[in-house]
Write a protein that binds this ligand. Structure first.
Ligand SMILES: Cc1cc2nc3c(=O)[nH]c(=O)nc-3n(C[C@H](O)[C@H](O)[C@H](O)COP(=O)(O)OP(=O)(O)OC[C@H]3O[C@@H](n4cnc5c(N)ncnc54)[C@H](O)[C@@H]3O)c2cc1C
Length: 406
């Protein structure tokens, strides 16, 4: 049976980007005119649920620092923004302070120096360490090839991504945003969408004024559906490709307590997770195979042994003795142009918007990114100047690179 619905705004994707955009749009648009499409309410393959959910201030670009500075305020005061009216219990997403620790060898020390200067300019409480200072503060590290390091005294840490997602969902539902268990299946000309409603098994025809692509690793595929109904001079290639990576949960009897999120050159990222640790290689595999995204599969311990262990134990010798407790496969929505967010209008089609391509630093920026997009959509000056992250740079092929990519 077919249904028909008219909405002012349709947001495809109910991860943190869709949620934050919807929440912020309710400040300008009546919530009943906003509809969100999310085909998987369990979020088993959504980056938002699989995320390490860490937040940092140590970026190389002022825009990324501003997005994280604005977002950390939201995260720390989340109860003030997302508590549902009438609820007695305060919202707590388990935010814990924990610094990122960047380590540089001789050949990259000048880049870290430049990043520290940008961060200081933006009032980030960044600390710069020589090798001997690092030795004193982090005695468990092997620093023989490290000449410089930095960490941050405040506003870096991690939280529970599922609690953030749930808090957003409860809030927007309580305000009256409609969430439909459906996937964008087809665009028709003149702002018409066909969606398959998985709850009722109906095909729904949705008429909309504004459309937001917040479909994470599926963003390019969703955009390709739109391209099918556009004239050739309006078609646009979204440079977002899923990037596969493995997270391992490991134990280490003599490992350091409260390990910062440590970037071990060349390619290993590790941090404390309660009494244990999560670790991954920062080198992922890109895939354009949509079928692969239907079944992520499981981690293979061999990947830990081949890609991570040697490098990790070199940097933190205590990890010579490590036990693998488990792990999971996740995909980043990787921006192949410059590994940076794409936030704003479609370059050629009015009333179509993107919030994609965050490449591993999305969940922390979602509060401010969604707010900026809602402001842009409603003709309000964005509260942060993020013009450099607009889609125009894709059309002009002018990458705007974040150097501190994990
Ligand atoms: C292992 C891992 C670790 C990470 N660690 C960090 C970190 O420490 N800090 C950080 O800031 N970021 C981190 N990230 C990145 C961050 O989690 C993402 O940038 C962020 O969650 C992206 O949110 P999203 O809403 O765009 O995507 P998603 O959460 O993937 O949501 C997109 C949604 O769109 C839905 N969808 C797909 N197709 C359609 C369709 N056709 N129609 C409608 N809906 C559709 C999907 O079901 C999905 O729920 C990490 C990511 C991973 C995978």
């Amino acid at each position: 049976m077919a249904g028909r619905l008219l909405k002012d705004v349709v947001i495809a994707g109910g991860g943190v980007m869709g949620m934050s955009t919807a929440f912020n749009l309710t400040k300008f648009t009546h919530p009943s005119k906003i509809c969100m499409l999310e085909p998987d309410p369990t979020y088993v393959r959504s980056a938002s649920a699989l995320s390490w959910a860490s937040i940092r201030q140590q970026f190389s670009l002022a825009e990324n620092i501003k997005l994280s500075q604005s977002s950390i305020k939201f995260i720390k005061d989340i109860d003030q923004y997302l508590r549902v009216q009438g609820e007695e219990d305060a919202i707590d997403i388990n935010y814990k302070h924990g610094s990122y620790l960047f380590l540089a060898r001789e050949e990259t020390a000048h880049l870290l120096e430049e990043n520290i200067a940008v961060q200081k300019e933006a009032n980030v409480k960044v600390n710069r360490y020589s090798q001997s200072e690092l030795k004193a503060k982090y005695p468990y590290l092997n620093l023989e090839d490290i000449v410089l390091g930095s960490d941050c005294g405040e506003d870096e840490g991690w939280f529970d991504p599922w609690l953030l997602l749930s808090a957003y969902k409860n809030k927007i539902k309580s305000l009256g945003v409609e969430i439909i268990n459906a996937r964008v299946a087809e665009f028709r000309p003149d702002k018409v969408l066909l969606v398959h409603n998985k709850t009722t098994n109906d095909t729904l025809t949705l008429h909309y004024n504004k459309f937001v692509n917040a479909t994470g690793i599926h963003a390019k595929f969703t955009n390709n559906l739109l391209n099918e109904v556009l004239p050739s001079d309006s078609k646009f290639d979204l440079p977002v490709t899923p990037q596969r990576n493995f997270t391992f949960n490991i134990a280490c009897k003599d490992g350091p307590a409260n390990l910062p999120l440590t970037l071990c050159p060349l390619k290993t990222v590790i941090r404390s997770e309660g009494p244990n640790y999560i670790v991954k290689s920062s080198v992922g595999t890109l895939t354009d195979n949509q079928e692969e995204l239907e079944d992520f599969g499981d981690v293979d311990d061999a990947n830990f042994v081949e890609d991570i262990w040697e490098n990790l134990a070199y940097r933190i010798p205590a990890f010579e003795a490590t036990k693998i407790l488990g792990g999971w496969v996740g995909y980043y929505e990787y921006n192949t142009l410059d590994q940076n967010a794409l936030i704003g209008r479609h370059p050629a089609v009015a009333d179509h918007y993107f919030i994609n391509g965050f490449s591993g630093h999305g969940i922390q920026q979602s509060p401010a990114a969604g707010q900026c997009l809602a402001e842009i959509m409603c003709g309000v000056e964005p509260h942060l100047d993020i013009a450099a992250l607009s889609l125009e740079r894709v059309v002009e092929n002018k990458p705007y690179r974040e150097r501190n990519i994990l």
